[in-house]
Write a protein that binds this ligand. Structure first.
Ligand code: NAD
Length: 321
C-alpha cells in the first residue's frame, strides 16, 4: 500500500488527479490536505468522498506542525504538491498570498518531507516560470525568467524544490505543465469563464488584441503525466509537460463561441493584462522519450469540456459572485 499526500486536492487539477489515481491504483490511499480557499471546493470530489482509501484534512500547507502531523500519522511516503494561489490576475492585484502559499507553503512541505523520509516528492510547477518567448520552445535546462507575481512565486517554489534534492537528497521531481482545461476549473480562468458567461447570455472579455498564445493540455492528460512521472521519473529531474496545441486566445474564443452557437458580437475587447506574456511554449521531448504523450486531441476534449459545463450548472452556478 502506497500512502500519498496530495496538497490542494480540492482545486481543479488536484481533484481530477485524486479521482484518476483512485481509479487506476487500487493499492493506494490518499490524504488530501487543502485549506479550501475560494478555489478549493469539496463538491469537486463529492463522488469519491466516501471511498475508504480517501481522507480529507482541512488545513494550511504553511502550518508546519499540521503538515508534520499529517505526514507522521498517515505514514506518507509520496507527496504530490498542487496547493497554490494560481490566478495571475489576482497576483497582479495583490501578490502577498502568492508569496505566502507558493513559497513559504512549499518550503514547509519540503522541510517536513525531508524530516519524515518521504520517498517521492513531485512539485507541480508551471510553464510560466520560463516566461514568454516569440520563437522556439523552452527546454528543462533553460533559465527561469518569470514575469508576474504568480509565476515568480512559482519559480521560487520550483527552485526551492530542486534545492532540497541538491542539498538534502530529498527525491524531488519537478513538473512544468502548460495551460490545463477540463471539468471542475474555477470559472475565473479563460475557458470556464467564457463558457459560463455565454451560458448566462453575457459577453466574454478578451484581453488586448487576443493574440497571446498558450499551449493547451486536457487536465486528464496532465494527471496521466504526473502518474507516469511518479513511476518513471528520476529524482532531481525536471519534466516539461505539454499538449502541442498552441492557440491564440482569440482562436480559443472563436471555438467556444462556435460550440455554443454564438457570434462575434459576444466578444468584448478589454484593456490588456499588465505585463501580459505573449507566448508560452514548451519542448516536452524529454517526457515523450520516456514514453508519455497526450491522449486527448484538442477539438474533442474542448467539446467535452464545454459540454461538461453545460450539463453541470449545479457545480458552477454557486461559484459566481
Ligand atoms: P486551483 O486554484 O484550482 O487549486 C488550488 C488549490 O490549492 C485549492 O483547492 C486551494 O484551496 C488550495 N490551497 C491554496 N492555498 C492553500 C494553502 N495555503 N494550504 C492548503 N491548500 C491551499 O489551482 P489548479 O489550477 O488546480 O493548479 C494546481 C497547481 O498546478 C498549482 O500549483 C498551479 O500553479 C499548477 N499549474 C496549473 C496550471 C493550470 O492551467 N491550471 C498549469 C500548470 C501548472
Amino acid at each position: 500500500m502506497q500512502h500519498l499526500l496530495v496538497t490542494g486536492g480540492s482545486g481543479f487539477i488536484g481533484s481530477n488527479f485524486i479521482r484518476h489515481m483512485l481509479a487506476r491504483h487500487p493499492d493506494l490511499d490518499i490524504v488530501n490536505l487543502d485549506v479550501l480557499t475560494y478555489a478549493g471546493n469539496q463538491a469537486n470530489l463529492q463522488d469519491i468522498q466516501d471511498d475508504p482509501r480517501y481522507t480529507f484534512v482541512k488545513g494550511d500547507i504553511c502550518d508546519a506542525s499540521l503538515v508534520s502531523a499529517v505526514m507522521r500519522e498517515h505514514a506518507i511516503d509520496t507527496v504530490v504538491h498542487f496547493a497554490a494561489e494560481s490566478h495571475v490576475d489576482r497576483s497582479i492585484a495583490d501578490g502577498s498570498a502568492f508569496v505566502r502559499t507558493n513559497v513559504l507553503g512549499t518550503h514547509t512541505l519540503l522541510h517536513a518531507a525531508h524530516m519524515h523520509g518521504v520517498e517521492r516528492f513531485v512539485h507541480i510547477s508551471t510553464d510560466e516560470v520560463y516566461g514568454s518567448t516569440v520563437d522556439g520552445s523552452f527546454r528543462e535546462t533553460d533559465n527561469l525568467n518569470p514575469s508576474s507575481p504568480y509565476s515568480s512565486s512559482k519559480a521560487g517554489s520550483d527552485l526551492l524544490a530542486r534545492s532540497y534534492f541538491i542539498t538534502h537528497g530529498l527525491p524531488v521531481i519537478v513538473t512544468r505543465c502548460t495551460n490545463n482545461y477540463g471539468p471542475y476549473q474555477f470559472p475565473e480562468k479563460l475557458i470556464p469563464l467564457f463558457v459560463t458567461n455565454l451560458l448566462q447570455g453575457k459577453k466574454v472579455p478578451v484581453y488586448g488584441t487576443g493574440k497571446n498564445i498558450r499551449d493547451w493540455l486536457y487536465v486528464l492528460d496532465h494527471c496521466r503525466a504526473i502518474d507516469f512521472v511518479l513511476e518513471h521519473g528520476e529524482p532531481g529531474e525536471v519534466y516539461n509537460i505539454g499538449g502541442g496545441e498552441e492557440k491564440t486566445n482569440l482562436e480559443i474564443t472563436h471555438r467556444i463561441l462556435d460550440l455554443l452557437g454564438k457570434d462575434e458580437s459576444y466578444i468584448e475587447h478589454v484593456p490588456d493584462r499588465k505585463g501580459h506574456d505573449l507566448r508560452y511554449s514548451l519542448d516536452y521531448t524529454k517526457l515523450r522519450a520516456l514514453g508519455w504523450e497526450p491522449e486527448y486531441d484538442f477539438e474533442t476534449a474542448l467539446k467535452a469540456t464545454v459540454r461538461w459545463y453545460v450539463e453541470n450548472e449545479w457545480w458552477w452556478r454557486p461559484l459566481l459572485h
